[in-house]
Design a protein around this ligand. Structure first.
Ligand code: ADP
Length: 414
């Protein structure tokens, strides 16, 4: 360096003190403006961060290679990874293998054309959570170009499980309704059959009875023919009774309220289920109130409740060893109510099932419809009564039907 280099440049005029003051004022104004702009920028960025941090959807920001540079707190809820541990991971590695090519192609297509592909704001993909399970999500992308000319992408991942669950429930409901419809047709068919069978069965009863009377006159009392004819008569009568009860149950009568004996309704249903109980090797204990309390009710509807409760009790014992299959039916009267308990030694109510079992279309059976108990509850309520479910000890379930006692003219319970 020469000495000349150290001398002031004489071609540039030396600023006067006024010029310096002016420059100083301008610089101060610029500093104030810049500070305000930085403040506004910080405010906006804080606002965006709050929005991202409190969003219910998972938000991941990635660079052009798909490397995660930001993850909001909801990412943990969805994916099971903490936001910090997601930084640096590849977004594409979090997508289920069968779908991985979809977002990869979309980002590549955007980078090469500069245009958002059709599926940019709606791709149904599976993401892999930290425990390895696949979660269905709807992903939509957004993009911003940085100062360096490179893009950053934001991906909004919406959990589709709640929507899928609702869709599944709607499908099940529909299929349950279709099943209920089919059952209705079967019911109508059964009604026709019961009607058709009634006449030949009555004829069989009548002629078997006649044949028995004549055979008694014509043969020895020890003749095995008599035993055979007696069996025909009893079995034909039993079949006729079953058919007539079936017709009663199917008939679409307007509910007819009258004083009825609850014990008698129980016995009629048990008669219908006798052979079913035997086939399933279920031990039945019946303890009915001695005083035969009366209730004001439609007999068929009450029988429908009892039938459903006992059938459910039988179903609940499918996985129980035959020696431990027990159903206990008990009736008892309080001052103004009559109670019927149906207790079984089956699988017990499903978790939290005390209320749920009465909801329409709730079923745990492969072939179930889930409307039986809902109907029972409506019938009980129409009769100003109620029906409750609880777990029994040591195992099984207990259903309690409570109906008001019939009152005579003086208002006394009968
Ligand atoms: P469905 O018999 O078609 O399932 P219900 O309304 O009669 O319809 O019963 C609903 C559900 O309640 C059953 O699927 C079962 O999970 C439960 N449930 C009913 N009765 C019993 C019982 N005695 N023991 C255990 N669970 C029962």
């Amino acid at each position: 360096m020469s000495v000349l280099d150290c001398l002031p440049d004489m071609s540039v005029p030396t600023p006067t003190p006024e010029d310096l003051l002016k420059q100083n004022r301008q610089l101060r104004r610029q500093v104030v403006d810049l500070t305000a702009a930085v403040g506004r920028l910080k405010e906006t960025s804080d606002l965006y961060r709050i929005v991202a941090d409190t969003a219910a959807d998972a938000i991941l920001c990635v660079d052009e290679q798909g490397e995660i540079i930001y993850a909001n707190p909801s990412s943990k809820t969805l994916l099971g990874y903490s936001p910090a541990s997601l930084i640096g991971k590849s977004l594409f590695d979090l997508i289920g293998e069968e779908h991985r090519h979809i977002p990869r192609r979309a980002v590549q297509s955007f980078l090469s054309t500069g245009e958002e592909p059709d599926n940019w704001s709606g791709m149904e993909l599976n993401v892999i959570s930290s425990d390895g399970s696949l979660i269905p999500v709807d992903v939509s992308f957004g993009e911003v170009r940085g100062e360096d000319g490179h893009y950053r992408f934001s991906g909004y991942l919406r959990d589709l499980r709640p929507r899928k669950k609702l869709e599944e429930q709607a499908r099940e409901r529909l299929s349950a309704l279709a099943h209920a419809n089919r059952l209705k047709s079967v019911g109508e068919l059964a009604s026709g059959l019961a009607h058709e069978l009634n006449q030949p069965l009555s004829a069989i009863c009548l002629y078997a009875d006649l044949a028995l009377t004549q055979a008694r006159e014509l043969t020895e009392e020890t003749d095995p023919l008599l035993d055979g004819l007696e069996t025909i008569v009893t079995q034909a009568q039993r079949a006729a009774q079953i058919i007539s009860l079936l017709r009663e149950l199917i008939r679409k009568n307007e509910p007819r309220r009258q004083p009825i004996d609850l014990n008698a309704a129980v016995q009629a249903v048990l008669h219908l289920l006798k052979s079913e109980l035997e086939t399933r090797r279920i031990q039945l204990t019946v303890r009915l109130a001695d005083e035969q309390p009366q209730i004001d009710a439609d007999r068929t509807q009450v029988e429908q409740i009892v039938l459903n409760l006992v059938q459910n009790a039988m179903d609940a014992m499918e996985d129980v060893l035959p020696a431990q299959r027990r159903i206990e039916i008990m009736s008892q009267a309080t001052t103004d109510m009559v109670e019927l308990h149906v207790v079984d030694s089956g699988c017990g109510l499903p978790e939290g099932g005390e209320q749920q079992v009465f909801e329409n279309f709730f079923t745990t059976k492969a072939q179930g419809i889930g409307i039986g108990l809902g109907i029972c509850r409506s019938i009980a309520e129409v009769h100003r009564g109620r029906i409750l479910a609880e777990n029994a000890t040591p195992q099984g379930a207990r259903f309690i039907l409570q109906l008001p006692r019939h009152q005579d003219e003086s208002g006394e319970s009968v």
